[in-house]
Ligand binder design. Sequence first.
Ligand SMILES: NC(=O)c1ccc[n+]([C@@H]2O[C@H](COP(=O)([O-])OP(=O)(O)OC[C@H]3O[C@@H](n4cnc5c(N)ncnc54)[C@H](OP(=O)(O)O)[C@@H]3O)[C@@H](O)[C@H]2O)c1
Length: 284
Amino acid sequence: MTLTLHSKMKLRDGKEIPIMGFGTYEMDGREAYTAVKHALEAGYRHIDSAEWYYNEAECGRAIRDFCAASGVPRSEVFFTTKLQNNSGYTTSKRTISRSLQESGLGYIDLYLMHSAIGGPKKRAESWRAILEAKKDGFVRSVGVSNFGVRHLQEMVDATVELPVINQVDLHPFMTRTDIVAMCRKHDIALEVSWAPLVRGYRFKHPSIVRLAQKYEKEPAQYSCVTLCRRHAFEGYIPLPKSSSAHRIKSNLNVYDFELTSEEVAHLDSLDERLVTDWDPTDTP
Ligand SMILES: NC(=O)c1ccc[n+]([C@@H]2O[C@H](COP(=O)([O-])OP(=O)(O)OC[C@H]3O[C@@H](n4cnc5c(N)ncnc54)[C@H](OP(=O)(O)O)[C@@H]3O)[C@@H](O)[C@H]2O)c1
């Protein structure tokens, strides 16, 4: 399968998502607005935000301004945001409305439960609110983030509508084979990977440096393409984040080479269960 910047993946609900996304964690205010504008101008069409990032308004404004200036229709830009707390049905409904209003985008393409924290009852109530928001047309697709096997199994057992996506940290140093297998088994989610650049923590790893030199890439680009390549076989979506206009652009420079199967296998052997941020996948 040949991947390009415009490649999309079909979700289990029939909607399509651009495979290359842009992360906005730890960017707020003007920084978020400017970075998202740069990203859209560079060609990204998938922006990942969250209530927790305090940048839904800036991301939404950047998308609206970009669409107005470029003529690219709103429908060509995929916007994701997330519910910070699973605090029950009523609060979740209110939160979704607020996120929609903050973004000013008319609808949210993908709405995720940010984590499973809160326990089974609150999770179920929040999921019900999210499904209702979908029915009402406020959100188009619904998913989860940081869900472990037990949380996905809970949804399967409850016979509720299943998420289209589980957004977790996946990269060569954290392969989460149990969660990946669970998602595949039930065809419940494609795995959207966060920390695709391993937050920079492994740019000096000898395997990364060696391959980056071989393909004449920066280590970040190399890391990114690893996931893009793996996507072709396994269904991953990378969400690289950068606040630098240069790096936002150069991180897209990943479509002009292919890894050998030996190199993919080698990268798959590097797992060290490296947690780059938080790991609530085992929360009760
Ligand atoms: N669901 C969740 O719980 C969750 C958690 C974390 C993240 N996420 C999502 O996933 C996205 C990506 O994860 P992330 O932001 O944690 O990490 P990441 O994308 O793996 O790495 C971002 C870091 O790499 C640096 N970087 C980017 N491009 C670079 C390059 N070409 N050369 C050198 N350094 C470079 C960035 O610095 P500069 O900005 O200075 O370039 C930043 O420090 C987030 O933004 C967010 O949207 C979701």
